[in-house]
Design a protein around this ligand. Sequence first.
Ligand SMILES: [Zn+2]
Length: 339
Amino acid sequence: MSRESLLREVRTIFEERRLRASLRADVARAAYLAEHEDLALADRAVQEARWAKLSALTTPGSRPDELDEDLEAKEEQLEQRLQQLGLDEEALAAAQYECPTCQDRGATLDGEPCPACYAETLRGVLQREISGYLPEATASFANYSLTVFSDTPVQLANGRTSPRRQMEQNLKIAQRFVEDFPKPEHNLYFTGQPGTGKTYLASCIANALLDQGRIALLLTMLQFEELVSRYRTLQRSFGAKPEALAEAEGAYDLLLDADLLILDDFGVQARLLPEPLSELMMLLQQRKIRGRQTILTSNMNLRDVGKHYDERLLSRILERFAILPFLGDDLRLRKGRGE
Ligand SMILES: [Zn+2]
């Protein structure tokens, strides 16, 4: 599903909500009128005058404008009676919206996404359409705990630090990444042993952006290779069903155009693509043109990644990323040992 079709689905949801609200307002108004006989009569007079005008409009040779005065007078009578009874029709209509902030438009008057309902609505659509490409929903900066990281000092080539101190820095960078978003050509590369919290921190970033109404996706490299290889295969095959091709194209387009794309487990090869690195390079180039940002995570050190891939291409890719090292033991093992 392409970015455009996802956003179209979101717009449709808001249009449906507004329609339902206006239908509810009609029902509420009708119920109110039914309680007051004279109002019901005045309302029927307005309806009849409107109908007469509509009939005149569709009848050649008649003079619909002559009916205007009659209609206006009847509307005025109804309006006065409603005011006497203290019914505020605008308030009645407004009370029917699911979101009072934006009146179910999904946007503020300045055209910004509604802070009260947009992100949640978008997330609902993403969950329905592409749930496999979303981060673990529980990962959030609010739940983030530095105490799970060891504060035992370790010696690195450029000085001493501890996993906790290193993570404190990474956390700050991650939070700034969200604050500055979108900042084109600002990509991150998380590298470290398995279980040092790379995917979790990347997921915190993705969820924070989803909460702002952005499209942030997390795919494993395996999912990435599957998706791209499916698209390439369909592109090449002459007998491909147009719907299947369109669907694969939409999914690929979403990779190009998601506000944030996280590719998890870089370096792991599914061997579904003959040249995964060239595919990645092309993807990054397209995302750069669109001003979109990308995060890669990798369990391998660079030397090992270099063994699997063409080093020249690898360094061209990595020069587009700020590299963040993750230190320490496997947190999942530590928890398992009860530490
Ligand atoms: Zn709203």
